[in-house]
Design a protein. Structure first.
Ligand SMILES: [Zn+2]
Ligand SMILES: [Zn+2]
Length: 249
């Protein structure tokens, strides 16, 4: 796994780097590093106004850039050497803070004596948030509207609940026809977009005659088992297939 972060000097397990004092004496921008290619790890200590130690599994000091931060002592911009690892760290370091912030927004109430379950819950939360960030980026880049994180999470929950229903129905298809025939709710809840277009388990079954959900003027006895709504299929002169149309983008 590619990783990069700061490391405390007492966690270096004796990795021989120059001391903070020695490095600061050499001047701002100087650095010392050790690379272990057998385990794929680079450790770099870099002197800014203070010393900072970074470790990475995919990046080292090279190439070295030149940055020009403002020097308080000299009251002007100075040129300072900046190893690649420091540059990358500055680009990405906001990521962890952002991730923590998003997780805390809608934290799943989850307490357990088994400590590792909290890690599991955290990983799911991070995966969901990352998915939302990608989804938002894609839609925003096309100038489209996107769901808020809260609605995005609700949609995932609804999709997962509905996908489990399909498994149950498959095991005893005949028994499930009975309760479905009893459904006389005038407006059935619509499936989420994820479920509607997932092309999984949308079986046509017969039900009581009723209005087609898509064209709304046709009467039909065909029901999508998963979406739980009527969709007509009509042959002849005015032929149409609302069942297929409804499930395709
Ligand atoms: Zn129709
Ligand atoms: Zn369906």
């Amino acid at each position: 796994m590619a990783s990069l972060g700061t490391i405390r000097s007492n966690r270096l397990r004796g990795c021989p780097l120059l001391s903070d004092k020695e490095l600061l004496r050499k001047g701002r921008g100087s650095f010392d590093y050790r690379v272990d290619n057998s385990v794929g790890l680079a450790v770099i200590k870099w002197a800014d106004t203070k010393c900072v130690t970074l470790a990475s599994s995919y990046i080292s000091h090279s190439p070295v850039f030149e940055v020009s931060p403002f020097s308080k002592e000299r009251k002007k911009k100075v040129n300072v050497q900046c190893p690649q690892i420091v540059k990358q760290y500055n680009i990405h370091m906001g990521g962890v803070d952002l991730s923590d912030m998003l997780v805390s927004l809608y934290k799943t109430p989850f307490k357990s004596k088994r400590w590792y379950l909290a890690m599991f819950s955290q990983m799911i939360a991070i995966a969901v948030n990352s998915a939302w960030l990608l989804y938002r980026r894609d839609l925003a880049s096309q100038g489209k509207k996107y769901n808020k994180l809260k609605d995005f999470r609700i949609n995932i929950a609804k999709s997962l609940i509905q996908s489990r229903n399909v498994h149950r129905k498959r095991t005893s298809a005949a028994a499930n026809l009975l309760p479905q025939n009893k459904i006389k709710v005038p407006v059935a809840p619509r499936p989420t977009e994820d479920v509607r277009f997932d092309i999984v388990g949308h079986f046509a079954v017969f039900t009581e005659k009723g209005r087609c959900r898509l064209c709304t003027n046709g009467q039909t006895t065909i029901l999508c088992q998963k979406c739980n709504l009527r969709l007509c299929i009509v042959s002849g002169a005015n032929q149409r297939n609302c069942f297929t149309s409804y499930h395709s983008k």
